[in-house]
Design a protein around this ligand. Structure first.
Ligand SMILES: Nc1ncnc2c1ncn2[C@@H]1O[C@H](COP(=O)(O)OP(=O)(O)OP(=O)(O)O)[C@@H](O)[C@H]1O
Length: 257
């Protein structure tokens, strides 16, 4: 089933210096349960596309449906959880109470909030940190807590905007493995923005390569890699071939710009 469908999507921002053409002719279908990475140079519109899906921006052309609905209706139906580049946890609330905050706002009962919070913190292996404060956790653990917060209301779609961009490579490797395992267990349709070719290839079932502004799609790669991916899959010829194709797509986009 198609979860997200964009047809000829276009978005131009008005700005005091003249219009900024951020997205041009984006056509893309994302099926239920896929893990789709968006990769492209800075400013090519990756975040803007995610924000359109989340109904935080309104496209100026084309059509977009999320779970078969207009994005604004999907937002009201709580179709997605959003994970940002910075974990964005409230320092004065414990990890547990950070996770329950959106549930409080949505009006879940206390018993339901506590149960969901415990379940998702267990899922990201932070079950023992419920009563700690964000500053007592490492950067990687804080990012896991923010993923738990996005999972707490069990939305079918997970939007992730460079969640591991600020972390060192070793922590990032571990979180990539954990995210893959989480995705396999939860089967969420995941949209993931990254600047890292290995990260995109390691995680994704589909990789969308974008060109510099106005952001267009230069390639859509359906990954031939199996669902089970130990980290050392990154040394296999199959992995390197996909990484090569991503690099070629990025180069083509740069040359056309
Ligand atoms: N509200 C806005 N008004 C005007 N221009 C905007 C607005 N939001 C984004 N832009 C511009 O649209 C373009 C796309 O931005 P976007 O943040 O989507 O890029 P990105 O690919 O996510 O970049 P990065 O990889 O650096 O995060 C950029 O040139 C940005 O400056």
């Amino acid at each position: 089933m198609t979860t997200i469908s964009a047809q000829s999507l276009d978005l131009t921002f008005p700005s005091p210096d003249g219009p900024v053409h951020a997205l041009s002719d984006i056509s893309l279908d994302i099926n239920e349960g896929e893990f789709v990475s968006f990769i492209g140079p800075s400013g090519c519109g990756k975040t803007t596309f995610l924000r359109c899906v989340a109904a935080l921006e309104t496209p100026t052309g084309g059509t977009l449906t999320v779970n078969g609905m207009a994005p604004d209706d999907a937002r009201k139906a709580r179709a997605y959880g959003y994970v940002f580049q910075a974990a964005g946890l409230y320092p004065w609330r414990t990890i547990g109470r950070n996770v329950t905050l959106p549930l409080e706002i949505m009006g879940y009962s206390k018993a339901d909030r506590t149960k969901r919070m415990e379940d998702v913190l267990e899922l990201v292996e932070l079950g023992n940190f419920t009563n700690k404060y964000p500053w007592q956790l490492s950067g990687g653990m804080q990012q896991r807590a923010s993923i738990a917060r996005a999972l707490a209301f069990d939305a079918p779609i997970l939007l992730m905007d460079e969640p591991f961009g600020a972390l060192d490579e070793i922590v990032r490797d571990r979180l990539n493995e954990e995210l893959l395992s989480l995705w396999k267990r939860t089967n969420k349709t995941t949209l993931f923005v990254t600047h890292s070719i290995p990260e995109a290839v390691y995680l994704s079932t589909k990789i969308v390569v974008m060109s510099p502004r106005p952001g267009r799609i230069t390639d859509i790669i359906d990954s031939p890699l199996p669902k089970d991916r130990p980290l050392d899959i990154r040394d296999t010829p199959e992995f390197l071939a996909v990484a090569h194709r991503v690099r070629e797509g990025l180069r083509t986009g740069m040359e056309a710009a």
